[in-house]
Design a protein around this ligand. Structure first.
Ligand code: DQA
Length: 148
């Protein structure tokens, strides 16, 4: 039997559109376009269909997650700064009932104290961080494995 195509929503949170120029010593030189094209190639191999969104607006991210049910199988999310502040995004993920993998380019536990807490991790299936742009590819692989 042919494997069923999995539909994955990929969300990049605030300021990630600036990757490549933004604090390259922390986030590297990789651009969001390069990350997205790598994800699309990997998705084609893994029989996944991706919808990719970047938003700087918390409520918009909550709405995107809120509309996932029945349309997507899983969520790959870098909540960026909202990782550390957003009860609303955390609740939206929990309410969706869908598996989510959280990713970060940097290792948040090696950084400022205010970044060393994720409100999202407790509602994620798992978190991958510290591998630069590669964290996304590792996260997509993990999510696809989870979805079988
Ligand atoms: C980040 C880490 C966050 O603390 C930060 O606000 C970001 C990016 C990361 O991918 O390393 O914008 O999520």
């Amino acid at each position: 039997m042919k494997p069923k195509i999995k539909k994955i929503l990929v969300i990049h949170g605030p300021n990630l559109h600036l990757l490549g120029q933004r604090e390259p010593d922390v986030y590297g030189r990789v651009t969001l376009e390069q990350i997205n094209s790598g994800l699309k190639k990997l998705a084609a191999k893994k029989k996944a269909r991706l919808a990719i969104k970047q938003s700087n607006i918390e409520g918009e991210i909550v709405d995107l997650i809120g509309k996932m049910k029945g349309r997507f199988d899983g969520l790959l999310i870098n909540p960026a700064a909202y990782t550390h502040t957003s009860v609303a995004i955390r609740d939206a993920i929990a309410a969706s009932g869908l598996p989510a993998v959280e990713v970060h380019l940097s290792n948040i536990y090696t950084r400022e104290e205010f970044r060393q807490k994720s409100l999202i991790s407790p509602v994620a299936k798992g978190t991958i961080m510290g591998f630069g742009g590669k964290s996304y590819a590792l996260g997509l692989e993990a999510l696809m494995d989870l979805l079988g």
